[in-house]
Design a binder for this molecule. Structure first.
Ligand SMILES: NC(=O)c1ccc[n+]([C@@H]2O[C@H](COP(=O)([O-])OP(=O)(O)OC[C@H]3O[C@@H](n4cnc5c(N)ncnc54)[C@H](OP(=O)(O)O)[C@@H]3O)[C@@H](O)[C@H]2O)c1
Length: 283
């Protein structure tokens, strides 16, 4: 049995779909009972409702599991406490593999949510558990939040259009997760998951224009306007401020990595941004 935490978010669902293809039994830990039905529809064997901060919930969740795929909620101020709770539960269950869903460049202190993931990596390395750490860069799927606007020709970003980022297809991340969970040879490894070379936001808009067959231009959203919309959509103040720090970091330094590592793991080239856009426009 493989336990997937944070299972009802977009990452958890993608990983569960990839594991379902490999036919391995999966237990999904979700936050709320209204998430159970849609998770069961993805083919999991068991769906448990529990709190990642609650030791007894986590001990119940890890009972009888062979492997754990741990992912924390996005930009969570509780990332380190959650990591502590899940790692302690894993130690009590004597699991064969613990895979932590981290992030590319967790070493960057200027991005607090990255730095918190580094603290979880540190706990895991010191835990004595047989671990693997995956470090994905920003997902291509993040642009889907503004897809309707993109179709109308506007690709809006809260940093300069010249900002260069390496992206990764979440479907490639999920396949990588299934490989390290089910194949031998990855205990003790820390693996960066990067799908594209560094692309400026202008290049991303050009790729969108080409694939959609209509002009799409990159434009800047000022931080105040971005924050207003984020708060209105329910994002907490801590998350808003953390994400603005990330945008400032992106603009100053870019956020780039090397896609060869992911191609070694997948034994094929990672999905390009153009192919990702082709796929989603055909879905
Ligand atoms: N987006 C990217 O580009 C990217 C890149 C690299 C790494 N990552 C990392 O990927 C991870 C997953 O991101 P995501 O956007 O898929 O996750 P998400 O949707 O924010 O969260 C996953 C799930 O965790 C649940 N949750 C929240 N608090 C909980 C608690 N106390 N106990 C149990 N469950 C709880 C949420 O339930 P509710 O719906 O009830 O809140 C949600 O269903 C994050 O750690 C993120 O940093 C993301």
């Amino acid at each position: 049995m493989i336990l997937v935490t944070g299972a009802a978010g977009k990452t958890g669902r993608a990983i569960i779909r990839a594991l379902a293809k490999s036919g391995k039994p999966v237990r999904a830990l979700v936050h709320r009972s209204d998430q159970v039905a849609s998770i069961k529809a993805l083919g999991v064997d068991e769906a448990l409702v529990g709190d990642l901060l609650d030791q007894s919930d986590m001990e119940r969740a890890v009972r009888g599991v062979r492997a754990i795929y741990h992912l924390a909620p996005n930009v969570s101020p509780d990332e380190v406490s959650i990591g502590k709770t899940v790692i302690a539960a894993a130690q009590s269950a004597d699991v064969e593999r613990f895979v932590f869903h981290s992030v590319l460049h967790p070493q960057i202190e200027a991005m607090p949510h990255h730095w918190q993931k580094l603290r979880v990596e540190e706990q895991l390395i010191e835990s004595g558990l047989p671990y693997t750490i995956l470090q994905p860069t920003a997902y291509m799927q993040n642009i889907l939040a503004q897809w309707n606007q993109i179709i109308e020709g506007r690709y809006a970003v809260p940093y300069a259009p010249e900002t260069r980022l390496s992206l990764v297809d979440l479907e490639d991340v999920a396949q990588a997760a299934a490989i390290v969970l089910t194949e031998p040879g990855y205990i003790g490894a820390t693996i960066e998951l990067v799908g594209t070379p560094a692309m400026s936001q202008i290049e991303i808009a050009e790729a969108l224009s080409e694939q959609l067959g209509r002009p799409v231009a990159a434009e800047v959203v000022p931080h105040e306007a971005w924050a207003r919309r984020a708060r209105a959509s329910g994002l907490g103040e801590n998350q808003v401020l953390t994400l603005i720090k990330m945008f400032c970091y992106y603009e100053s330094h870019g956020f780039t990595g090397n896609s060869n590592v992911l191609s070694y793991l997948l034994r094929r080239q990672p999905t390009s941004f153009a192919d990702f856009v082709k796929r989603i426009t055909n879905e």
